[in-house]
Unconditional design. Structure first.
Length: 427
């Protein structure tokens, strides 16, 4: 395939870094339905902070990278990459609407000989059974005769400045052996650490879904241990450090499991497994346990308040952090919200402080007002402090300085990164 021109559909945490990288080697256009997002990117700024302004500006000024909402501007592309979200609904069932909508968009512009590659995380079979029939129907073209497909699962870790997209080893696949080779060459041409070519699209889809499911199960095990050891009055971190002295112990920590990957992706495989008559007990139990950790943190904080004689009703509580992970503005599926709502049953006096989060986005998504600046004005005002997100900004703070009475107030450390002498409890 010669004279490749790439279009990346979906310019979020996954699509934008990939499109920017592709633009260093190929003519590349980014497509997104969000006009505000496209306008922002064309000024040279990415509010997700996944692509540095200097890199984005360089792509625009020196590599001809463009973002658009106009479908007419992507008709002359011949290598389409779909990188849209794959969420779940209120009942944790896979919601394929964004993916099917993107497939309709591709169907309107794809031509004979073109390739469409999906990056969105799905259960095995979605690309060929759900997405490509939509492309066929809209385009009037026949799959694997007139156009072709591939799957290369995204591996972006939001906020991670070490494992950036060009350093990630990518899994690739194609709908025919020849197409698999082309897809593999295109990705290989921009990646430092190369690719792993899977034997089929379904294998590539499955490989992605188990990456995050494995992490979910492992974290659930550590969360269960934290509950056991907390009940016994044993410090979980001390236990982990001791166990980690053995050469083959896998060192993990308990924590809140939010975001758009680990807390969502297992549901895709859980649902598909049930279609095949398999009940995935371990994965389902892990999901339930991890989804309940926000409420657990809130109740642990309340327990320490009761022990120290701090009145819980109408107490003033400070939550440090609302994003789903440190040093990242991403608030998708953040479990800090579960802490907030559990505490709200006892008191309306809850302040959430996070300099990384967009207050408009938090208000729109969760109905919660947050504070993003003026942390000095919060000192000496609270009965309890929950260190919920390990932003670098928080590491130099004295958590007890926020308490109205440092002797009787409570500090609970979710991330286990604060000085043990300054806290009353930790996960």
């Amino acid at each position: 395939m010669k004279n490749i021109k790439i279009c990346v559909v979906g310019l979020g945490y996954v699509g934008l870094p990939l499109a920017r990288l592709f633009s260093t080697r190929y003519p590349t256009v980014g497509f997104d339905l969000n006009k505000e997002r496209v306008a922002e990117l064309m000024t040279g700024h990415d509010s997700t902070l996944e692509v540095e302004d200097a890199l984005l500006r360089d792509a625009i000024d020196n590599h001809g990278f463009r973002c658009t909402t106009d479908i007419g501007h992507i008709r002359d592309c011949n290598f389409y990459v779909v990188a849209v979200p794959t969420p779940v609904d209120a009942n944790n069932r896979p919601d394929l609407r964004p993916l099917l909508g993107a497939s309709e968009t591709v169907g309107k512009v794809i031509s004979r000989g073109d390739i469409v590659v999906y990056e969105s995380t799905v259960y095995p079979g979605v690309t060929e059974e759900e997405c490509l029939p939509v492309v066929e129907r809209v385009s009037g073209l026949k799959f694997n005769t007139d156009f072709f497909a591939g799957y290369s699962p995204e591996r972006i870790n939001p906020g991670d400045k070490e494992h950036t997209v060009e350093k990630i080893r990518k899994v690739t696949s194609g709908s025919t052996p020849e197409i698999a080779d082309i897809v593999d060459r295109v990705y290989n041409s921009v990646l430092i650490n190369g690719t792993h070519k899977a034997p089929s699209i379904r294998v590539a889809e499955a490989s992605k879904i188990i990456e995050n499911s494995q992490r979910d199960v492992n974290i659930a095990f550590m969360n269960e241990l934290a509950k056991i050891f907390n009940a016994m009055g044993i410090d979980t971190n001390d236990v982990i450090e001791a166990a980690a002295s053995k050469w083959n112990f896998i060192k993990l920590k308990p924590g809140l499991v939010g975001g758009h990957c680990i807390s969502v992706d297992p549901y895709y495989l859980i649902q598909k497994a049930q279609v095949y008559g398999v009940l995935p007990r371990i994965m389902s139990s892990a999901r339930r346990l991890n989804d309940g950790m926000g409420a657990y943190v809130a109740n642990q904080t309340i327990k320490f308040m009761n022990k120290k004689g701090v009145m819980v009703k109408d107490a003033r509580i400070l939550i440090l952090g609302v994003t789903f992970k440190e040093n990242c503005p991403d608030i998708r599926n953040t479990k800090i919200v579960d802490i907030y709502h559990t505490l709200q049953e006892y008191t309306p006096n809850i302040t959430v402080f996070d300099p990384w989060a967009n207050p408009e986005h938090v208000k729109h998504e969760y109905g919660i007002d947050i504070v993003t600046s003026g942390i000095e004005g919060l000192h000496g005002r609270f009965d309890a402090v929950i260190h919920a997100v390990a932003h670098t900004d928080f590491q130099q703070l004295d958590p007890r300085g926020f308490l109205s009475d440092p002797r009787t107030g409570v500090v609970y450390d979710v991330k286990g990164t604060l000085n043990p002498a300054a806290i009353d409890g930790r996960l």
